[in-house]
Design a protein around this ligand. Structure first.
Ligand code: AMP
Length: 210
């Protein structure tokens, strides 16, 4: 299998995390989710967590310098040597430029496209496990254990999945993250996948694009 240094783009709730898990399994490479790492920092009560909490809980982006540091440390770990999936990074043009400056070679950029209205509907059903990080959806990807994660923990709704917060996250996505499509189009790396109603249909399109 070829080496995959993949960036997943797409609005919050487009299904990046779910596709990332499936690609990670198929290619045997780690998924790096800055959002999950930030939520872990907040849950641990660390100084960094306290600093970023107000941004994340209000749907704002955490300052570039903070996430760039986080990603630099993570990509330096041994398990990234044979490929990786970036889920939720970069989210701004300066973050993408920082990856270039670090000398990180990206092989593929995949943008999962879903209309804002569909995102609003999807986000209402999203559930996450605070313990193991697994994500579910009450309608599209229910947990086999109902309101619980298969790991035993009760599933919760993310603070930033509140509808008003989702609306502002979508505005931020269009303003700050969507320009990355042009950034990577110019490098000849961009592929588009149209998110489908059924998870397995989106997965089939995703796998065909890689
Ligand atoms: P996500 O789980 O990817 O939707 O990320 C959740 C939240 O973490 C975002 O709304 C931001 O507050 C923060 N975050 C995650 N990744 C980034 C990033 N690359 N740049 C800035 N903020 C980020």
């Amino acid at each position: 299998m070829r080496k995959l240094n993949l960036i997943l783009l797409g609005a919050p709730g487009a299904g990046k995390g779910t596709q990332a898990e499936l690609i990670a399994e198929k290619f045997g490479i780690p998924t790096i989710s800055t959002g999950a790492m930030i939520r872990e920092e907040i849950a641990s009560g660390s100084e960094l967590g306290e600093t970023v909490k107000s941004y994340t809980n209000n749907g704002q982006l955490v300052p570039d310098s903070v996430v760039i540091d986080i990603i630099k440390n993570r990509l330096a770990k041994d398990d990234c040597a044979n490929g990786f999936i970036l889920d939720g990074f970069p989210r701004t043009v300066p973050q993408a430029e920082a990856l270039d400056e670090m000398g990180v070679e990206i092989t593929d950029v995949l943008s999962i496209e879903v209309a804002d209205e569909a995102i609003m509907e999807r986000m209402g059903g999203r559930r996450v496990c605070k313990k193991c990080g697994a994500t579910f959806h009450t309608k599209y990807k229910p947990s086999p254990a109902g309101e619980y994660c298969p790991c035993g923990e009760k599933l919760t709704i993310r603070a930033d999945d509140d509808p008003e917060v989702v609306k502002s996250r979508l505005v931020i996505y269009h303003e700050q993250t969507e320009p990355l499509k042009e950034f990577y189009q110019k490098k000849g790396l961009l592929k588009i996948v149209y998110g489908q109603e059924k998870l397995e249909d989106t997965t089939a399109l995703t796998m065909a694009a890689l």
